[in-house]
Design a protein around this ligand. Structure first.
Ligand SMILES: Cc1cc2nc3c(=O)[nH]c(=O)nc-3n(C[C@H](O)[C@H](O)[C@H](O)COP(=O)(O)O)c2cc1C
Length: 174
């Protein structure tokens, strides 16, 4: 089994997929990774649409560019069911939907699959495509499949990410 940090550095956005379908047991493992993800106060205000047939994926055309991926997840959340912080009322539905998306993305990586996280979509069209109830908001799309592009350099973050010094806010010493 690969160490987590190694897996995280190896993961990269894939925008060119092989038409090879993703095996059922892998789809089930990705869904299981989403199921066990934490949510605020364990409210689990999250639901996932799994589009795996050509017909299901075709419903997304015009709503999002999913780069021809053979498998598409839409992570949705219901803000009314999510936990809200009493002090300022901030709801956690986007955060909850995003942690299940991240769990799915990393599980897909561990299973040797490529993926890309997509927020550039038309939410009204995604809702319509899958007849989502009014209180269920599509938050993230995760396009998954076997990669048809060369793997990214796992050391690319030296240039492509801010440094740890910039990331961590240095607190003044008291
Ligand atoms: C919240 C979020 C939204 C994103 N939306 C899109 C998108 O709509 N389309 C797209 O091609 N990539 C999208 N990406 C992928 C990012 O562009 C990508 O992760 C980033 O540039 C870093 O590259 P890497 O994933 O290869 O490390 C999104 C990523 C995140 C985390």
């Amino acid at each position: 089994m690969m160490e987590f940090l190694e897996l995280a550095k190896q993961r990269h956005s894939v925008r060119k997929f092989s038409p090879r379908p993703v095996e059922r047991h892998k789809i089930e493992q990705i869904i299981e990774a989403a199921r066990v993800a934490p949510t605020a106060a364990n409210r689990q205000p999250v639901r996932i649409v799994v589009a795996e047939t050509e017909e299901q994926r075709a419903k997304l055309s015009g709503a999002a560019d999913t780069y021809g991926a053979p498998l598409v997840f839409v992570a949705c959340a219901n803000e009314t069911q999510a936990w809200h912080r009493p002090l300022d009322g901030k709801g956690t539905s986007d955060i909850d939907a995003s942690i299940i998306t991240d769990h799915m993305m990393m599980e897909a990586t561990d299973l040797g699959l490529g993926s890309v996280w997509i927020c550039w979509f038309d939410p009204a069209k995604v809702r319509e495509a899958f007849s989502l109830p009014a209180d269920l908001e599509p938050v993230n799309i995760l396009a998954v499949g076997y990669s048809d592009q060369s793997p990214a350099n796992p050391n690319r973050h030296a240039e492509q990410r801010i440094s740890a010094e910039e990331l961590v806010i240095a607190l003044p010493l008291s």
